[in-house]
Design a protein around this ligand. Structure first.
Ligand code: NDP
Ligand code: MG
Length: 381
């Protein structure tokens, strides 16, 4: 019997690919959630017959209910509905693929309800890593990484428990602007930033890949998932995106995980773990890849990476300030209201905001508010 899942962010890039895997592997789906894409959510509900769907935008609840009136599917909305869907009793595993730190509360709700978590939503760990990992330990649930780099590290670590890990070599494609100077980045448009060389992803993470903020967040994600120090995570630019990350052990043996750049492989591994099954994707042909290259990241041209690393070293609420400011700045950039370089320049200013006190859900949400407000004050929009 397959374990049934609940999928948050079902209409997005990771969400639709998760459903491709569910279709291929006959996984039962107990719950689905999206923000505003009613038509696709309706089609998914009709195909997968979940017990419940959540449309996060409360103003769309009535029309979503009307769309599914001839089905037994229950329709809920808002943050309360999202958390309730995350904790549905029928599901054994939550796949969290919403974008942004809005994913934190449903992750905590699912852990509280004893579900394993397949986590794509990295903002959950960037902002609430300490809370999430502690709650998962207390409840004895697994956090299974979906992000390709973290899935790779997780795969490299299978069977090595107790052995000393020297460091994690986290690979980065470098994004669409690799090799560019600051002057060349002055006038880049959202359209250019959205053209990623190797991966097809949602808009926010694609911009984060162009600024290298995504890689900074992935370093923070690795610190929480693999319980290591920030200094143990090294970013390696690898343009081909064939090696998805590596680990180096005490004896300097380095283990790498490779494959075609297709998120269905890490998604499926999180769903079928520890089993492996044929995946609905292409196979790696090393002869057509030819060669693999490696380079150091340029932290001066891409200050977001440096800022994220500094934030995790400072700890506490600093990663939340950086994450929330970044969410706000990326939205402004996509709306054409600020230039590309303003993202990195403004995000670094979050490190000098005064925040202190215990890390709790409330203090995280308060830091989020503070960062979003600071961004608007700095950018004057
Ligand atoms: P998309 O933008 O493609 O999809 C986002 C999903 O979240 C959609 O279903 C969207 O609903 C929903 N959503 C958006 N805003 C909210 C909100 N406020 N409340 C609830 N749901 C919301 O993003 P991706 O699939 O690319 O990324 C999802 C997560 O996975 C991100 O955290 C990203 O960093 C991570 N990730 C993504 C990878 C990828 O290849 N795409 C790779 C590794 C990690 P709607 O469609 O209705 O707006
Ligand atoms: Mg990644």
């Amino acid at each position: 019997m397959q374990r049934s899942i609940t999928l948050l962010g079902s209409t997005g890039s990771i969400g639709t690919q998760t459903l491709d895997v569910c279709r291929a592997q006959d996984f039962p789906v107990a719950g689905l959630a999206a923000h505003s894409n009613e038509a696709l959510l309706e089609a998914q509900a009709r195909e997968f017959s979940p017990r419940q769907v959540c449309i996060c935008r409360e103003d769309l609840w009535k029309s979503m209910k009307t769309r599914l009136a001839d089905t037994p599917v229950r329709v809920v909305c808002g943050m309360e509905g999202l958390c309730e869907t995350a904790a549905l009793p029928e599901a054994e595993l939550l796949v969290n693929a919403v974008v942004g730190m809005v994913g934190l509360r449903p992750t905590l709700a699912a852990i509280e309800a004893g579900k394993d978590i397949a986590l794509a939503n990295k903002e959950t760990l960037v902002t609430g890593g300490a809370l999430v990992m502690r709650a998962a330990r207390e409840k004895g649930v697994r956090i299974l990484p979906v992000d390709s780099e973290h899935s790779a590290i997780f795969q490299c670590l299978q069977g090595y428990s107790g052995n000393r890990l020297n460091k994690i070599l986290l690979t980065a494609s470098g994004g669409p602007f690799f090799g560019k100077t600051r002057a060349e980045l002055q006038n880049v448009t959202a359209e250019q930033a959205l053209r990623h060389p190797n991966w097809s992803m949602g808009a926010k993470i694609t911009v984060d890949s162009a600024t290298l903020m995504n890689k900074g967040f992935e370093c923070i994600e690795a610190v929480w998932l693999f319980d290591c120090a920030p200094e143990q995570v090294e970013v390696v630019v690898h343009r081909e995106s064939i090696i998805h990350s590596m680990v180096e052990f005490a004896d300097y043996a380095v283990i790498a995980q490779m494959g075609v750049p297709d998120m269905k492989i890490p998604i499926q591994y999180a769903l079928t773990y520890p089993e492996r099954k044929p995946c609905p994707t292409g196979r790696l042909d090393l002869f057509s890849v030819g060669q693999l290259t490696f380079a150091r990241p340029d932290m001066e041209t891409f200050p977001c990476l440096k800022t994220a690393l500094e934030a995790i070293r400072m700890g506490g609420l600093y990663p939340t300030l950086v994450n929330s400011a970044n969410e706000e700045l990326v939205a402004l950039f996509l709306q054409g209201k600020i230039p590309f370089l303003q993202i990195g320049d403004t995000v670094s200013q979050m490190l000098s905001l005064p925040v202190s006190g215990a890390l709790t859900l409330d203090s995280i949400l308060e830091a989020e508010r503070q960062a979003r407000e600071a961004v608007h004050a700095i950018c004057g929009v």
